[in-house]
Design a protein around this ligand. Structure first.
Ligand code: IVH
Length: 678
């Protein structure tokens, strides 16, 4: 970049940051995410570091941020409430260590404490003679908003310390710093409550926590289930621990909530880096949102001696994870037709970079949710990509509306075959009513051959579409009569590959009945329900003859599923499909007698399986449970004894957590059986 380009860039960044600051702090209506703000800020800071002549007196880097609210009382903090510098990689973390190393005696060794970087907002809690007397927000770092009555509503903030009857010494005056936030479950529950009352949900947990804490009426705060984690002693008029590690133990012993499941102490920077890098995969399993980890020099004296640059202490640094949320424009909403006909609204987005990938499409879940969140085409929306889940639209940024946005229409007809759509009472999904819809047929076959269904190896999505296009197959059953000549007509199929595919198709004829039932694309019949049906009926013919009322008496089968099963078998197209499968030699009945009883250890207990277990297949786990006298059902209720959770669990896990049903992993299940599993 030329000098004038650099100057223009710095100016543009300054202008943008001022605008976003104003929207965030004054209007309380930000239109970009915190991560995006951080990125702009970091770019300006770097530019200014490399070209100090570009630093303008009004640069946002030159002031300590303030989030003061005009009509709350003010308090002066006992010591400046500092912020943190950021690093984004292991190299930057090493560079931080080198920088502070230069300020320390030569070859000085350091210990470090790693803590979560909670994605909440700072509170400073002051205790006099053990009694909570004040709670304040960070404000501008020197002066904060007095939110004492609000802080008193937070159950994890002790009103008196030490909490238990211990005689742990407490200085006469003690100021503690912590972070106020919503636990993920509490935020979800709050939004469910709002939805029940017909109110729009909150989009961003951190902003909602900030709003709740800065309420003028503490009764409003009390309606919002906030949590606070504490991590620092800001001020004490007596001796306090000499290390950060001991500080955290001390705070915990006094009765504060600390993140003891995450915090670690390291003497070696390499080991610390290994922990930090491995941590990102764990972040989603934690009960709170975190946007990184904080690394602190353990020894308080060294930490203090290292001093402060701007508003950041040198002795601590935030290691930030890639942002999981970004804002972008919603260009359109299209409907995606699934194998069971369900129409899933899909967001077409202006491409945006989120946690390491460019996202162009995102899930919108269902049309009710679009209406609930008031998402409109043309909106600036927040997109989230968390872990391996499919990116989804969190909600619109109302403050960015121009008036040109238009509502999303609910579908009247299938976008592929133009058949009318329907919706079951009490269900959110619309679905295409035409079982012969070309998209449904293609999706069904794709699912039928997939690993989680009949597991026909060597037939990908592309080949399925090709076979359909060429008229070589019209349904699942046609797969079983494909010949080598048929396959050789397809691009990419040579002799060897075609032979392999044919033997895989041959092997699929002998799959267990449950696998076949689960592969047919009956609405509501996933692998667990299929397992239940196979165990009850033992043959496809018996299942086909079942009446709706009989189906409903089976534990784990609800009225919708019962209806969908009957409807599926009543359809002539599906009847013909079963006949074709039979003629092709596909197994339509359970061959063996039900497995013999190995023990009664699980007698009287009901289990629900969700996710992929590390070693057992789902039907193996189900068989095992039944062999030991337990029962496997398809959905979680208060009566469920245990939910067995594997990788990538579904909504059954959430349901179990809501209902407080105990969870087990595979090892836990095997332990209950008592190692009887061979
Ligand atoms: S230490 C002087 N520790 O992150 C020490 N801050 O980006 C500075 N934060 O304003 C703070 N978790 O609100 C510290 N374990 C943690 C933290 C943490 C979250 C917040 C804090 C701070 C912001 C800086």
């Amino acid at each position: 970049m030329s000098d004038s380009e650099l100057k223009a860039r710095a100016e543009a960044l300054r202008r943008a940051l001022h605008e976003h600051n104003y929207r965030y702090h004054v209007l309380s209506a930000p239109i970009i995410t915190d991560g995006e703000y951080d990125r702009l800020f970091a770019e300006l800071k770097q530019l200014e570091a490399e070209h100090p002549e570009l630093i303008a007196p009004d640069s946002p880097t030159q002031r300590v941020g303030s989030d003061l609210v005009a009509d709350l009382p003010k308090v002066r903090h006992p010591a400046p409430i500092l912020s943190l510098g950021n690093v984004f990689s292991a190299e930057e973390l090493r560079a931080w260590r080198e920088r502070i190393g230069r300020l320390l005696p030569e070859n000085a060794s350091l210990s470090y404490v790693v803590e979560p970087k909670f994605d909440g907002l700072t509170v400073v809690l002051t205790y006099l003679d053990g009694l909570l007397v004040q709670g304040a927000t960070r404000g501008n770092g020197e002066i904060g908003d007095d939110v004492t009555p609000n802080v008193r509503t937070v159950h994890t903030i002790p009103l008196r310390i030490p909490v238990s009857g211990s005689d742990l010494p407490v200085p006469r005056r003690l100021a503690v710093r912590g972070e106020v936030l919503f636990l993920k479950d509490d935020f979800a529950a709050l939004n469910r409550r709002l939805a029940q009352d017909g109110l729009p949900p909150f989009v961003n947990a951190r902003n909602t926590a900030a709003g709740a804490l800065k309420q003028k009426d503490a009764r409003v705060t009390a309606q919002r289930p906030l949590t606070a984690y504490c991590y620092e002693i800001v001020d004490a008029d007596g001796p306090s621990p000499l290390t950060q590690w001991e500080t955290l133990q001390y705070l915990r012993d006094l009765g504060f909530l600390t993140a003891h499941d995450v915090i670690r102490r390291f003497d070696s920077l390499d080991e610390l880096i290994a922990y930090v890098q491995a941590f990102e995969a764990r972040r989603h399993a934690l009960p709170y949102e975190m946007d990184g980890l904080v690394i602190k020099v353990d020894e308080r004296a060294t930490y203090r001696d290292l001093g402060v640059v701007g508003k950041d202490p040198r002795g601590a640094v935030a290691y930030k994870f890639p942002a999981e949320e970004a804002t972008t424009r919603l260009l359109d909403v299209t409907a995606n037709v699934g194998r069971t006909g369900v129409l899933t609204p899909t967001a077409v987005l202006e491409p945006v970079f989120v946690s390491g990938v460019t996202v162009r499409q995102a899930s919108l879940h269902n049309y009710d949710l679009i209406a609930e969140k008031d998402i409109r085409i043309g909106d600036t929306v927040i997109v989230k990509r968390s872990g391996e889940v499919i990116p989804y639209v969190v909600g619109p940024v109302i403050a960015a509306r121009t008036g040109a946005e238009r509502p999303v229409e609910r579908p009247q007809t299938c976008p592929v075959c133009a058949s009318p759509v329907a919706r079951d009472e009490g269900e959110v999904a619309y679905y295409c009513t035409n079982p012969a819809c070309p998209e449904r047929v293609a999706r069904n076959i794709e699912y039928f051959v997939s690993r989680s269904a009949m597991d026909i190896v060597g037939l990908g999505e592309r080949s399925v579409r090709l076979l359909l296009e060429r008229g070589l197959i019209a349904d699942e059953a046609d797969l079983f009569t494909l010949t080598i000549e048929d396959l050789l007509l397809l691009e990419g199929f040579a002799e060897k590959k075609a032979q392999n595919l044919l033997s895989s198709i041959e092997a699929a004829k002998q799959r267990p009945l449950a696998t076949l039932i689960g592969s047919l694309g009956i609405r509501g019949v996933g692998s667990t329900v299929a397992e239940v049906l196979a165990r009850h009926f033992h043959s496809m013919d018996a299942l086909a003859a079942a009446r709706e009322d009989e189906l409903q008496t089976i534990e784990g089968i609800g009225p919708h599923t019962a209806g969908a099963v009957v409807e599926w078998f009543a359809n002539p197209r599906n009847r013909a499909l079963l006949d074709k499968l039979r003629r092709a030699g596909v197994r339509l009945a359970e061959e063996a007698a039900p497995p013999s009883r190995a023990s009664d250890r699980l007698a009287g207990r009901t289990f629900v399986l969700t996710g992929t277990l590390p070693t057992l297949k789902r039907n193996e786990a189900a068989t095992l449970i039944e062999q030991h006298g337990g029962k496997v059902v398809g959905s979680v209720s208060k009566k469920t004894s245990f939910v067995v959770v594997g990788e990538e669990p579904g909504s059954k896990l959430t349901k179990a957590q809501e209902l407080g049903v105990p969870l087990l992993d595979e090892a836990g299940l095997l332990a209950m059986i008592g190692g009887a599993h061979g």
